[in-house]
Ligand binder design. Structure first.
Ligand code: EPU
Length: 357
């Protein structure tokens, strides 16, 4: 267990926001986690994975737990699936690439999503018609109050759209009635297992992928082909955090009732919307923000990406002058201004996707 003091967090958050951790602990094994639990009676902490879904608004006083538990392997095979496992510190995209190299398809639609394995279940990552929960087997976590390890299956993780038990504090989730418990701040995920289907079928249907299919003339693409298309599409419209700091989608796509949607369509016929199985309608937050004229705009050094209004960016990434870099405060001021204008025009409250610290 490695403990460091006054650690700059800029390299550890993909927004590239400058902030410091008063104390940072690198957890490289389960033994490290147990040692930390045993040695720390007062547990005020922040778990950090790849830092790709976090906005730092100042120096972090709670101890930052940086999960660096590695390892990936095929752990089991059933007649239907390969069960593959990865340590929580493994990079998500590298894992996706590895599974395809090993001949286990199923994660290709989620290629290039930034972040780590441990963070993937927390917000049930997803892209192009596949979510983590569609491929999930189970995970191991450590209870940071007791040091005991436990295993959760998909139902116990309470997955929803960019949501899980790991995002909710216990009373909050119990009050909503959806789950009996919440595990935010309590569980530290150490290993994740995914079930990759032997009877693999491509998941297409998303306009961007269908366009790629039409362009290539391929009617029955392989998983590797879809992986390549997804990488191309994402590289074309999402900024690479190494060059332009960002956390992917900044807001969730809001869901409204059919009546509400009809009302909005009557006023804005072009609104991009998708009908959900339960009768509700999901609206494209990117479209709403774009319609309010935010694309390319900035507040201070925080901006709205020119090619995708759903993504907020750090305009000062890579600059040698720290004053060029966006602060967490600027990012949140911009986010609030966007929320206000979307609310004033459409009556819809956008909810941020990343965790604001
Ligand atoms: N749109 C605009 N203007 C914009 C942005 C989008 O008009 O500036 C329109 C697009 O033309 C499109 C629609 O809005 O018709 C939806 O946009 P897009 O497909 O680009 O993105 P999305 O569906 O809103 C979601 C996920 C992404 C994921 C993609 C692909 C959320 C919040 N975002 O975006 O996830 O990659 O679908 O499946 O659900 C992430 O979570 O970080 C992320 C990138």
């Amino acid at each position: 267990m490695l403990v460091e003091k006054n650690v700059p967090l800029q390299p550890f958050n993909t927004f590239g926001i400058a902030a410091k951790a008063h104390s940072l602990v690198r957890l490289r094994s389960q033994v490290d986690v147990r040692t930390w639990v045993e040695q720390t009676p007062q547990k005020d902490h922040l778990v950090l994975g790849g830092g790709s879904n976090i906005v730092l608004t100042g120096d972090v006083k709670p101890v930052v737990l940086k999960v660096e538990i590695m390892g990936r392997a095929l752990v089991r095979e059933t007649p239907r699936a390969w069960i593959v496992e990865a340590g929580a510190g493994e990079n998500w995209h590298d894992f996706v690439t590895w599974t395809l190299e090993q001949g286990y398809p199923g994660l290709e639609n989620m290629a290039l999503i930034p972040g780590t394995m441990g963070a993937a279940p927390v917000q049930n990552i997803g892209a192009y018609g596949v979510e983590l929960q569609d491929r999930f087997d189970s995970l191991d976590a450590v209870d940071l109050d007791t040091g005991l390890e436990f295993t959760l299956d998909a139902a116990q993780c309470g997955f929803g759209y960019r949501d899980s038990v790991f995002k909710h504090a216990a009373p909050e989730v119990a009050a909503s009635g959806s789950q009996g418990y919440g595990l935010a701040g309590r569980a530290l995920i150490v290993r994740v297992r995914l079930a990759l289907p032997k009877a693999w079928k491509p998941v297409l249907g998303y306009a961007d992928l269908e366009r790629k299919r039409a362009e290539s003339g391929v009617t029955e693409p392989t998983a590797q082909q879809i992986y390549d298309w997804v990488c191309d599409v994402r590289r074309a419209k999402l900024p690479d955090p190494k060059l332009i700091g960002n956390v992917g989608s900044f807001f969730k796509n809001p869901t409204v009732s059919r009546e509400q949607c009809e009302d909005i369509i009557a006023r804005d016929p072009k609104i991009v919307h998708y009908k959900m199985d339960d009768g509700s309608v999901k609206l494209a937050a990117g479209w709403l923000i774009d319609a309010c004229g935010w694309k390319g705009k900035s507040i201070g050094n925080a901006g709205v990406y020119e090619r995708q209004a759903l993504v907020l960016v750090n305009r000062g990434t890579g600059s040698a002058n720290p004053a060029d870099c966006a602060t967490g405060g600027e990012v949140m001021t911009l986010a609030k201004a966007i929320q206000t204008s979307v609310y004033e025009r459409f009556g819809i409250r956008l909810e941020p996707e990343p965790v604001v610290v």
